[in-house]
Design a protein around this ligand. Structure first.
Ligand code: SF4
Length: 419
């Protein structure tokens, strides 16, 4: 495989800088970090979008411009990324599902749109639509259209029930990226993992429908078990995905969110994580398909764990959690406004270089009182026992006021720290 050339993204990045002259106001240490991070990937043009990978807004979009203004320059305390489950309905039954045991009063579309608007005011520039199966929501197109003007909207779906009209409607509403779930290259294994016969074929059909649009970023999201990772199955899987002609493989490992996965034998180690990072880098040096491993983005050498720090998850019932993989709630949007819920949650979560759930899953059984998802009181009690480690490389730089050596609090903005 060819080594990554520092020049390969130069023409695209020159255009991005020209469109965002305010990037000159970003602190040099952060600019150097972002350039070095971006050089690990090949910038792709998909339709009118320049895409590094789908966990960041397109680099030439209004959403990215807001990311530079709000997060890199003003250093707001709000989230940059959020996910909302727009329905809890799902025809599939994955053993590792992080949503299965949640319940309550379902949010209607107006509530979802209001929460998303508040999140945008707080700093959200990337919005992940999830479920349940989000395509089962009759309001999905309306929700995408309400958010997408200056915020990158990505869909996570099984592909079940997609029609050509719906795919086109989502694209027209402003969806920039979609990840269809596939857990294995073998149809039987995938269908068994999903508890749904035909899941594999429906996923491939949906991938083809989105690809046929021609101007939307199409990826596969794959949840890898530790056994698959250690048996070298990831490479075989990536070969298969490359053959599908998609833009991106979005990889994550099975997280110890649900009870049966809170087992030391199933949780990956740092060595496993680093092996996947090396595999990602090898693939991205080739540049045929982007490999975007979440454990790299969220690794200590990059941005670390963003749970409740720059990331927030709102489930279909309005419960607010640090991220999709953390089965704990800090309150409900039916009762309190999202800005105060996020602030309360964030005060418990200084930025950390390690995945919160991978590191602390053992505490959940102790504090759950038999509940599958911890309520606000249990969550606060659990947090009293959590020890946070050092920040990841990006946030070490982010909270360091250059030339003074002072470090800002994770919950504060630069101006607050300077007052
Ligand atoms: S807890 Fe793990 S999965 Fe959740 S945001 Fe942190 S690193 Fe990501």
């Amino acid at each position: 495989m060819r080594p990554i050339s520092v020049l390969r993204n130069l023409p695209a990045m020159a255009g991005v800088f020209a469109a965002n002259p305010q990037m000159l106001l970003v602190r040099p240490s952060l600019t150097r970090f972002m350039c070095s991070y971006m050089n690990k990937f090949k910038v792709r043009r998909v339709g009118h979008n320049l895409i590094l990978h789908s966990h960041l807004p397109p680099l030439n979009s209004k959403a990215y411009s807001r990311f530079v203004d709000i997060h890199l320059i003003s250093q707001t305390a709000g989230p940059s990324h959020a996910q909302i489950a727009i329905t809890n309905l799902c025809p599939q039954n994955c053993s590792y599902c992080y949503n299965k045991d949640r319940g309550g009063e379902v949010m209607d579309a107006d509530t979802i749109i209001k929460v998303a608007a508040q999140l945008k005011e707080m700093g959200m520039v990337w919005f992940g639509i999830t479920g349940g199966e989000p395509l089962l929501s009759r309001d999905i197109v309306r929700i995408v259209a309400a958010v997408s003007e200056d915020c990158a909207v990505k869909l996570f779906t099984t592909g079940c029930t997609l029609t050509r009209d719906l795919a086109a409607g989502l694209r027209d509403a402003g969806l920039f990226s979609v990840s269809v779930s596939l857990d294995h290259w073998d149809e039987t294994v995938h269908d068994a993992a999903r508890g749904y016969r035909g899941a594999f074929r429906e996923a491939l059909r949906a991938i083809d429908m989105f690809k046929a649009l021609g101007d939307i970023d199409v990826g596969v999201s794959a949840v890898l078990s530790r056994d698959t990772i250690r048996a070298g199955g990831t490479e075989e899987f990536l070969e298969f995905l490359e053959g599908l002609g998609i833009h991106e493989a979005w990889l994550s490992e099975v997280k110890p969110s649900a009870g049966i996965f809170r087992d030391e034998e199933r949780v990956i180690t740092e060595e496993d994580r680093l092996g996947l990072v090396r595999l990602q880098d090898r693939y991205n040096a080739c540049g045929k398909m982007t490999v975007n491993y979440l454990g790299h983005f969220e690794g200590k050498e990059c941005f670390g764990c963003n749970a409740a720090h720059k990331m927030v998850y709102v489930d279909a019932f309005g419960e607010v959690s640090p991220c999709v993989f953390t089965p704990m709630s800090f309150g409900n949007v039916h009762e309190l406004e999202i800005p105060s819920l996020f602030a309360k949650m964030k005060s418990c979560f200084p930025s950390d270089s390690k995945c919160f759930i991978n590191k602390n899953y053992r505490l959940f059984d102790r504090y759950s009182n038999g509940k599958k998802v911890l309520g606000p009181e249990e969550s606060l009690r659990l947090m009293d026992e959590v020890e946070f480690g050092e920040r990841a490389e990006f946030f070490k730089l982010y909270y360091e006021v250059e030339n003074s050596g002072r470090v800002m609090p994770a919950g504060g903005s630069q101006s607050e720290a300077e007052n």
